[in-house]
Design a protein around this ligand. Sequence first.
Ligand code: A2P
Length: 273
Amino acid sequence: MDAPTPISMNDGHSMPQLGFGTWKVGGRSDAVVLEALRAGYRSIDTAAAYANEEGVGLALAGSGIAREELFVATKLWNDSHGYDRALRAFDESVRRLGLDYLDLYLIHWPVPKNDLYVDAWKALIELRKEGRVRSIGVSNFNADHLERIIDATGVVPAVNQVELHPAFQQRPLRAVHERLGIRTESWSPLGRGAVLGDPAVAKLAGKHGRTPAQVVLRWHLEQGIITIPKSSNPERMRENLGALSFRLDAADMDLLAALDTGQRLSGDPETFG
Ligand code: A2P
């Protein structure tokens, strides 16, 4: 198996392009994450809102893997926006994770109706200055939210983690990321499984002797997207890492480009939270 390839970010740090997502991994998050680490994942994505940071921390500690080989990301929840609250929420997250620094901290959603995400962003900038987190970014931010935090602080997020899969390809937002130097990270990269039965995906799986999930994850990787598939099943964890070891060609990518419906499966950043 190939090692998860690192991808550079605008702050001089890099992160594995393929990581392990932990949303809804279930009650034994420690066992699931330990299994993922054993399968070869080194990047783990969690969030205060997933209520599994302690389980993730147990798995990290129990894995015996050196801290510098791990890349750990968590997210600031919507009820902790604002400067002081964000600083306190960060302390709580790293305590639950059992870490003394974090690799990546994200604002989970902008929650425009509360209008506190700029202050939260200022707190993340301070945490990075203090060396408590190496990279800072956001999640579920639209172009106007990105521009607002950049205008207010001059600091460009390293990543924006958004819903993205072949049925919702986010081309306009990705063009904004490209212009601003922000890495795109995809959540629900398999579209909650919905695209796995698509005939075009099946055709490419047959052509390459791969599974539909490997084809879809490879589609993310070919485009320089960082992705974090979730699976509670050890075989599927390993299957998903197999996306690292083959290529899709231009014609394959054209076939998958046609699957975009422009429809989200989940929350709209303008209204969620
Ligand atoms: P499971 O945990 O039982 O493997 P997304 O990341 O797009 O939200 O999709 C997550 C869903 O896809 C989960 O329900 C997960 O179920 C399933 N899944 C993860 N990997 C695979 C795979 N290789 N093949 C089929 N389903 C998968």
